[in-house]
Structures are given as structure tokens and as C-alpha cells.
Write a protein that binds this ligand. Structure first.
Ligand SMILES: [Zn+2]
Length: 529
């Protein structure tokens, strides 16, 4: 008993010593000396963006679920010696994060949710819960999965526990997710360089509200904005996304406000919740509602200024320009089947069109790298044939055959590589002047080394076609020129081709002549009221 007390005293002293020197050392010291009882906070959440326009399905393994103490490894700011870690008794349950993909199977969802709820039951009761989600999960036969998940969590932990939800700005905020979250926020940057900072803010706000005794913010303002745009048009590095998002942090810093956030929403799922949203939380009713409306109005008035981050065109236009250009390497994004946005990654349409072009039929044509197409049988045949020999077989369109059937490739095996964590085995097959990367499993090609390790030299190649949206930094740095081809697939950037049936209408930009919507803020009822 005595030893435990001394140990505790020493650890408190250590914490206080650590705190000395930081700006609010007195407050922190008071907290640790006056208030011994630390709040009890659970952590849970699942993150994926999944396209309902892709026939691909996502299984439980894709979430790489972390259980118990392993959960801490996902949050640098909760490392063993971090100040935030020392402020609570943590009950990490389960978190899962998947690469974007197709709809999650009902079995996978139920299994992960049930395990989370069981773990939450064991650790109850809680002062707080940190709900770490993306917000664009689609599940077979279930609308608004994150809303369903949080309602089921509430049934276990009760209405009094404060839930702080953090999300991707490409997530969707349904009314019931807003109702059951007491604090809610999302990233303010796309690309998401502030992901960890956002999660940390969500946790810090939760701790601050509990420790100060202020509890749940008194007001949550919600504005639904009838805009649905692809991420490739809404980067915060360029206007108008840049100014719209730059206004968020100052808005959140006002007295009487706890946090403010703007969600772009997720364009490749067909549900009523898919659209942009603004939410502001705080204790000053006037400030909270006014700020939410102002942020929403700013977004709405800039709606027509959103353009693609790169020049776009049909595939034929992009190939014509790339062939005629003297800028090398010339990159083309095969954006409709981008596997890191939720595409199946095995649509053969683009490759089929490329191989039809007369320019690439002979070995002396413009050199082109195509990355990539999954084809496990063709990989096997290439291994059997060996490097330097000819091979023939089919690849692609196992998952998504809506636009083109499996493609027959006939050419020379140029490379065979084993051991990539995603692709497992990769082969390069030369057809005419095209080097086609065929993989055992789907793999995104985002880095220069992804090419050079296969003996390819993208910098010395005329044209590089990649299944991707905006170019990842290494490819962006390498390109002499770049076009984003508006190709077909599960994440078609041409939203008008997707054929929505269930989103709310009218919706910008699908309904061209829509009137100005009502952007007044609605107050979301507090959870438990
Ligand atoms: Zn995102």
C-alpha cells in the first residue's frame, strides 16, 4: 500500500516537474495536485472510404484492427510519456483503418462492431469516449454505418459519457452522428497533412471539457450544404478550397466556440447523407450558429470556382496531347479506377484503349509504362516463361468488368519481382512499346522506387499512366507534364456519369440551375436530452 502511494506520489511529482516550464504550468500543477481522480476515457473507431459505385467488397482483414494497448501505437500524442496520456485512465478497445475500397461486407462490419461493443462493456463506465472514424464507410444493406455504430455505442456507454468524434473531411455527417457526438471535428487540409493534429485536438478538447467540469458544449450548430464534389477538385492547397479552409481555425478560436469544421463529403457513395456539412460546437449560442452559417455561406458562394487540380480530358485527348508533347515524362492519371480512392483497381478499359492505338503497336513507338493491372494467372504464366521469354494470358476485370472484359496481353517478360507487401509478385510485360505492370494483388504505384525496383526508368520514359487521382508527391516531382484522364471506374471523377439515385436533390453541380439553399444553422439536440 505504502509503496504504491510513494510510487504514485513520485509519478505525480515527475509529471509536475515535466510541466514546469510549459506556459500553463500553474494550472497543470493544480490539476495534478488537487484532482487525483483521472477521467476514464475509451477509444474506438473504424476508418474507410468505400465506393458504392465499385463492385469490389471489403473484408474484415482489410481494417488491420488493433486491439487493447496496441491502439496507442496509432497516436503519437498518446505515447507512454506524453502529457495527454497522463491526463486520463485510457481504455483503448478496437480501432481499424482500411485503404479505400468497395462496400464493406455486413459480416465484417458486424464482427468489428460487436467486438468493439464487447470491449466497451468490459471497461465501462466512462467519462469520455474518443470516436476515431473516417466517415465514408459503406456497408452492404446498411445506411449511415457510422451513425449506426455510434447509436450502438451509446446503448452500451449511456447518454452522459462525452463522445468526441474526429473525421476525415471527406467523411459524411448524418444528423444522428451529429446528435450522438458531443464534440465533432475533421481535418482542415487536403492532402491531409493535419490528420494527427486533428485527432490530437479531438482528444485534447475532450479532456479539457471533462477536467474543467464544463462537460458537453451547450450548442452544436449544423448546416447541410447541397454540394457534392470530388476530392480532386477540393484540395486546400489551391483556391477556393484554400481560403474556405483557412477560415476554419480562426473561427474555432473565437471565445465561446470549442471547434469548427467543414466536411466536403464523399462523392462515390449514393446515400442521402452524402453532401457537404458545416458544424460548430461551443457554449455561446449566437456565436456558434452565426459562425456555422458564415462558413457555409462562404463555401456556397465559391461553389462554381472549384476546378480539377490538374488539366483534365478524355483518355483519347490525354493520349493525343501526351504523344504530341516534347515534355518527358508525361504523366496521365487513370483516375476513374484509382484504387486509393475506392476503385477496384482492375478495370481494363484504359489499358485496352492504349493498346488499340497504332502509335504503341511497335517496339519503336513512344515508350509508355502502365501501372498497373492485377492478373494472378498471367503472373504465374510469366514466372513459368521466365524473364526474356514471351508470355500470353489474361489480366484484370475479375472484380470490375463493367467497362471492359479481361485483357489479353501477349509480350515479352521483362521483370519478375517478389515480396512487395501489397502486390506480392509483380511482373513487367512488354507489349509493343508499352511496359505493362501486372501484379498478383492490386497495388497503388505512388513512389519512384515502385517503378525502378522493377527495372523501369520512369524519368526516361515518354508517357507514364498510373491508376491514381492527383499525383502523389514523388510522382508530382518527377513529371514534366501531367493530365488527369477522366476515365471510367468505381471512382469516376465525372460525377454525372455515376447515376445517383438516393442523394438529396437538388445538389450542386448536378442540378445546374438550383436556387440558393437555406444555409441557416440548425441546432442539434444534445445527446441525452
Ligand atoms: Zn480524405
Amino acid at each position: 500500500m505504502r509503496n504504491r502511494f510513494i510510487a504514485r506520489f513520485l509519478s505525480l511529482t515527475a509529471i509536475c516537474l515535466l510541466m514546469a516550464g510549459v506556459a500553463h504550468s500553474t494550472n497543470n500543477k493544480n490539476r495534478h495536485t488537487k484532482k487525483i481522480a483521472k477521467p476514464r476515457i475509451a477509444i474506438a473507431g473504424l476508418a474507410i472510404e468505400s465506393s458504392t459505385f465499385s463492385p469490389a467488397l471489403t473484408l474484415e482483414e482489410a481494417f488491420h484492427a488493433k486491439y487493447g494497448a496496441e491502439v496507442f501505437t496509432s497516436y503519437r500524442f498518446l505515447s507512454a510519456d506524453s502529457p495527454l496520456r497522463s491526463r486520463a485512465i485510457w481504455v483503448p478497445t478496437i480501432i481499424g483503418k482500411s485503404l479505400p475500397g468497395g462496400t464493406v461486407t455486413r459480416e465484417a462490419y458486424e464482427s468489428l462492431v460487436t467486438k468493439t461493443l464487447d470491449a466497451l462493456k468490459k471497461g465501462a463506465p466512462y467519462d469520455g469516449l474518443y470516436f476515431d472514424i473516417h466517415g465514408a464507410m459503406s456497408v452492404v444493406g446498411l445506411d449511415d454505418p457510422e451513425g449506426d455504430f455510434i447509436v450502438r455505442i451509446r446503448k452500451v456507454i449511456g447518454k452522459q459519457t462525452i463522445i468526441s468524434t474526429s473525421m476525415d473531411l471527406h467523411g459524411n455527417v448524418s444528423w444522428r452522428l451529429a446528435e450522438n457526438s458531443d464534440l465533432i471535428t475533421c481535418y482542415r487540409m487536403a492532402p491531409h497533412e493535419d490528420a494527427m493534429q486533428t485527432k490530437q485536438r479531438a482528444v485534447k478538447n475532450l479532456l479539457d471539457r471533462i477536467e474543467s467540469g464544463k462537460g458537453k458544449p451547450a450548442y452544436k450548430a449544423y448546416v447541410s450544404i447541397p454540394i457534392l464534389l470530388p476530392g480532386e477538385k477540393t484540395s486546400t492547397r489551391i483556391e477556393p478550397g484554400k481560403s474556405i479552409y483557412q477560415a476554419v481555425a480562426p473561427a474555432a478560436a473565437q471565445p465561446g466556440i470549442v471547434d469548427a469544421a467543414i466536411w466536403i463529403g464523399y462523392a462515390w457513395a449514393d446515400e442521402p447523407r452524402n453532401h457537404a456539412v458545416v458544424m460548430v460546437t461551443g457554449d455561446d449560442k449566437e456565436k456558434v450558429t452565426q459562425t456555422a452559417t458564415q462558413l457555409a455561406q462562404r463555401f456556397w458562394s465559391a461553389r462554381s470556382e472549384f476546378v480539377f487540380v490538374a488539366p483534365t480530358g478524355t483518355l483519347a485527348e490525354c493520349l493525343d496531347k501526351a504523344i504530341a508533347s516534347n515534355k518527358r515524362p508525361f504523366f496521365i492519371s487513370d483516375s476513374g479506377d484509382n484504387p486509393t480512392a475506392g476503385g477496384a483497381g482492375d478495370v481494363t478499359w484504359t489499358l485496352t484503349e492504349i493498346l488499340k492505338r497504332p502509335e504503341f503497336k511497335s517496339e519503336t513507338g513512344p515508350s509508355l509504362i502502365y501501372a498497373s493491372i492485377p492478373g494472378p494467372e498471367l503472373v504465374k504464366a510469366a514466372i513459368a516463361a521466365g524473364v526474356g521469354n514471351n508470355v500470353e494470358g489474361y489480366a484484370g476485370a475479375k472484380v470490375d468488368a463493367r467497362f471492359a472484359p479481361p485483357i489479353k496481353l501477349s509480350g515479352k517478360v521483362e521483370a519478375i519481382e517478389y515480396g512487395d507487401k501489397d502486390a506480392e509478385v509483380e511482373v513487367v510485360i512488354r507489349v509493343g512499346s508499352v511496359h505493362v505492370i501486372v501484379t498478383q494483388k492490386r497495388k497503388p504505384y505512388h513512389r519512384e522506387a515502385d517503378f525502378t525496383r522493377l527495372g523501369l526508368a520512369p524519368r526516361k520514359t515518354d508517357i507514364v499512366v498510373v491508376k491514381i487521382g492527383y499525383l502523389e508527391p514523388e510522382l508530382y516531382a518527377m513529371k514534366a507534364d501531367w493530365l488527369l484522364a477522366l476515365t471510367v471506374g468505381g471512382v469516376d471523377q465525372n460525377l454525372e456519369r455515376l447515376g445517383y439515385k438516393r442523394i438529396q436533390r437538388p445538389m450542386f453541380p448536378l442540378d445546374k440551375d438550383m436556387r440558393d439553399p437555406d444555409l441557416s444553422a440548425k441546432l442539434v439536440p444534445l445527446s441525452g436530452k
